[in-house]
Ligand binder design. Structure first.
Ligand SMILES: Cc1cc2nc3c(=O)[nH]c(=O)nc-3n(C[C@H](O)[C@H](O)[C@H](O)COP(=O)(O)OP(=O)(O)OC[C@H]3O[C@@H](n4cnc5c(N)ncnc54)[C@H](O)[C@@H]3O)c2cc1C
Length: 415
């Protein structure tokens, strides 16, 4: 007879997605161990722009304009960059991403996003209240800056779609934008969209840590260990010495692909790497909410540590050396918008968004791996969607009726 494992479930990875999954499983009475080689929330879930993007249902698509494609190919634009040496490794993903960005799949992704994003505020709200972390959250929305009349016209189409979904977003003139953000230079703008539903977080890593403490209060266990040797053993999963669980949840963010490939499950995940660095405001300048420079792909987000400048996507191997050229390109543009002083850190932070070609996460059972479940690939929105997708996965694992149809997120769509 096989011995009962020490834990019902081991959640591998303590980013926003893993921590939230662990909480929702523990709430359902499972004994859960959360395993990470670092502390909770120290990787991608620490370094993001901190926006809980209630409005973020439209997928980021591979651009189709010939002019933009030529500029991307020549690495001329600040919002995207690729490392030439990584090109052979990332090209297969880019090809799948391009194909999945065709209008038909983009519409399917939008439809599949709607119920998950609809749950993001409620699921964060309940965790933040229970964790006593509400002071980290602001509820003033964020601003998308538009630099050209064509961008304003495009935004109007998107706004109509968002309003049809019951979302609150308004188009502002440059002077209205300036009234909301008096220290922002609006002279180069054609307008802005104020998304008023989303919440923003002043220290994303701290929010994950607060949720992790809540998980411990619910009876959960946190272990610092490398999960890369986890293996099936006697009907259970052995993660390491003395660490045995009946089932595992793979929530390893950008590292999920390699973990699964080593166990025979090959999924077409890529990464969009991103950088950030904090700057002190020069003088008495205040930024009340994150502003996103749409044309240049960067965000200026007011954080506890300073104004966080985050970059768009870098296409390179996950472990390739840092090349923060986008930060260097965006900084002078950002400085024209807001008076940034000295950098806070000596070096830029580098992280990687885990992305599937169709920009949808993978949530559900792992095909061919008994007792393994998946929750990763949330791309630009893992911080937003961690609690909602954690709830969905826990419902599936507990045999409850899931709050939305999970089939669009199944790993089987790639097999
Ligand atoms: C610049 C930037 C800006 C962003 N802005 C936003 C935003 O405003 N809003 C938003 O919603 N999203 C944003 N994102 C995306 C978001 O940060 C990610 O989607 C999200 O953090 C992914 O969370 P995760 O839990 O899946 O992964 P992670 O947070 O990376 O967690 C994975 C965990 O797995 C652990 N791990 C890896 N390998 C092992 C191993 N072998 N053994 C044990 N543990 C291991 C890691 O230590 C890590 O803690 C942004 C991302 C970037 C890069």
């Amino acid at each position: 007879m096989t011995k009962r494992p020490a834990f019902d479930v081991a959640v591998l990875g303590a980013g926003m997605v893993g921590v939230a999954s662990a909480i929702h499983l523990a709430r359902r009475g499972a004994s859960v161990v959360l395993v990470d080689r670092r502390g909770p929330g120290e990787e991608t879930s620490h370094g993001n722009a901190g926006i809980i993007q209630r409005e973020g249902v439209h997928p980021y698509l591979f651009p189709r304009s010939p002019l933009k494609l030529v500029q991307y190919a020549m690495n001329l634009r600040p919002e995207a960059h690729y490392q030439l040496a990584s090109l052979p490794a990332v090209a297969p993903f880019l090809w799948r991403y391009w194909r999945a960005s065709a209008p038909g799949q983009a519409r399917r992704t939008l439809a599949a996003n709607i119920p998950l994003f609809a749950a993001c505020l409620e699921t964060h709200g309940e965790l933040a209240a229970e964790a006593g972390a509400e002071a980290l959250i602001a509820r003033q929305g964020w601003l998308r800056l538009l630099r050209a009349p064509a961008a304003v016209a495009e935004a109007q189409v998107q706004l109509a779609e968002l309003r049809a979904l019951g979302l609150d977003a308004v188009l502002l003139s440059p002077s209205e934008t300036g009234r909301l953000e008096p220290h922002l230079a609006t002279g180069e703008l054609a307008g802005a969209v104020h998304y008023r539903d989303p919440w923003t977080v002043s220290d994303p890593g701290a929010l994950v840590r607060a949720y992790a403490r809540l998980f411990e209060r619910l009876g959960g266990t946190i272990r610092q260990a490398d999960a890369s040797k986890a293996r099936r053993d006697g009907g259970h999963w052995r993660i390491g010495d003395g660490l045995v669980a009946g089932r595992i949840v793979v929530a390893l963010g950008p590292w999920s692909k390699a973990f699964l490939a080593a166990r025979g499950l090959k999924l077409p995940m890529g990464v969009k790497r991103g950088y950030h660095r904090h700057y002190r405001p020069a003088g008495a300048g205040v930024l009340n909410r994150p502003v996103v420079d749409d044309a240049n792909g960067f965000v200026l987000a007011p954080m506890a540590a300073g104004i966080r400048l985050t970059t768009g996507a870098e296409f390179a191997r996950l472990e390739a050396p840092a090349t923060p050229v986008q930060l260097a390109r965006c900084l002078p543009i950002a400085r024209r918008l807001f008076d940034l002083g000295e950098p806070v850190e000596a070096e830029a932070w580098l992280g990687a968004r885990p992305v599937m070609p169709d920009m949808l996460p993978v949530i559900g059972e792992a095909p061919g791996l008994p007792g393994a479940f998946l929750n990763f690939g949330h791309a630009h929105h893992g911080f937003t969607l961690g609690p909602a997708s954690g709830r969905l996965l826990a419902q599936m694992m507990a045999g409850e009726t899931p709050f939305c149809d999970p089939s669009p997120y199944s790993a089987g769509r790639f097999l």
